[in-house]
Design a protein around this ligand. Structure first.
Ligand code: 13P
Length: 287
């Protein structure tokens, strides 16, 4: 059964570790992440961007697939199905479709409008027992056509949004979606520290988990980050393993063209990436 992310993140914040959000793109992705979480006894959050939701034939298809897999694979660790960077309308659609968690990304609105819309969603999510993530300070880079300029959030604005009763807060601290450029300045720990001082127990979310060095991840967790989003890194691992299979001509040997064989190395690569992240985030054995 899908669960809200509230309990797993409250525990993570108190226990000084982070739960990974891994974005899903299809059946193989979902299965690889769920099986790894179960094997390592870790809570997990499956992230779905609006673009990936459309690609997978809509939110009800995603809910059906994930619920089916939880049953058929005997998954007992806590799993939240979460809309990533949702619009106001997208969040409502996911809630209707049966997601257990949504993100409303109002960071591109003026703060008053972000507050207004977030507040409405808090009321809806509260009534249904769903978790809600809000965002202050756009996160840089491009994800699924959503381009952010990358900024450091204003801690006072973070406090205003946190006080609305959301479950977790994403705040820009110099992080970027996708690969980090050579000249990246790194995470702004001063900003993170100031945000955590004002928001107290609120679980903080670090987007753009791909390519952040391990020591920065650990420091971010020590300063209150309890959810870390990873997307690109699984995509790169999947693509590299698939390329290797094809370049070695394995699809031309025997029944090597069978999609279950073609996709298998990529699936193993996703599993290895998820395992590595769960080890780094400290969520293993915390289910
Ligand atoms: P990356 O693609 O950089 O790992 O970022 C993922 C993310 O933040 C999803 O919201």
């Amino acid at each position: 059964m899908l669960v809200s992310a509230k309990e797993m993140l409250t525990k993570a914040k108190a226990g000084k570790y982070a739960v990974g959000q891994f974005n899903i793109n299809n059946l193989e992705w979902t299965k690889a992440i769920l099986q790894t979480a179960q094997e390592l006894n870790s809570p997990v959050i499956l992230g779905v961007s609006e673009g990936a939701g459309k690609y997978m034939c809509g939110y009800t298809t995603v809910v059906g697939m994930v619920n089916g897999m939880i049953n058929e694979l005997g998954i007992t660790v806590p799993v939240a199905l979460h809309l990533d960077h949702g619009s106001y309308e997208g969040a409502k659609k996911c809630i209707e479709a049966g997601f257990s968690s949504v993100m409303f990304d109002g960071s591109h609105y003026p703060i008053e409008e972000n507050i207004e819309k977030t507040k409405e969603l808090v009321a809806i999510c509260d009534e249904l027992g769903l978790s809600l993530e809000a965002e202050v300070g756009a996160i840089g880079g491009e994800e699924d056509g959503v381009v952010g300029t990358g900024e450091c959030a204003d801690p006072k604005e973070c406090k205003m949004i946190a006080d609305l009763g959301i479950t977790m807060l994403a705040a820009g601290i110099g992080n970027i979606h996708g690969k980090y450029p050579e000249n990246w300045a790194g995470l702004s720990f001063d900003t993170l520290d100031a945000i955590q001082q004002l928001t107290g127990d609120m679980p903080l979310v670090l987007h753009g988990g791909t390519g952040i060095p391990a020591d920065m991840i650990k420091k971010a967790i020590s300063l209150g980050v309890s959810k870390i989003n990873v997307n690109t890194e699984c995509q790169l691992a999947f693509a590299a393993a698939t390329r290797e299979y094809i370049e070695a001509g394995k699809d031309l040997q025997g029944k090597g063209f069978d999609p279950r064989k073609v996709l298998a190395p990529g699936v193993e690569a996703i599993k290895a990436t998820v395992k590595e992240k769960m080890e780094l985030f400290g969520s293993i054995g915390k289910a």
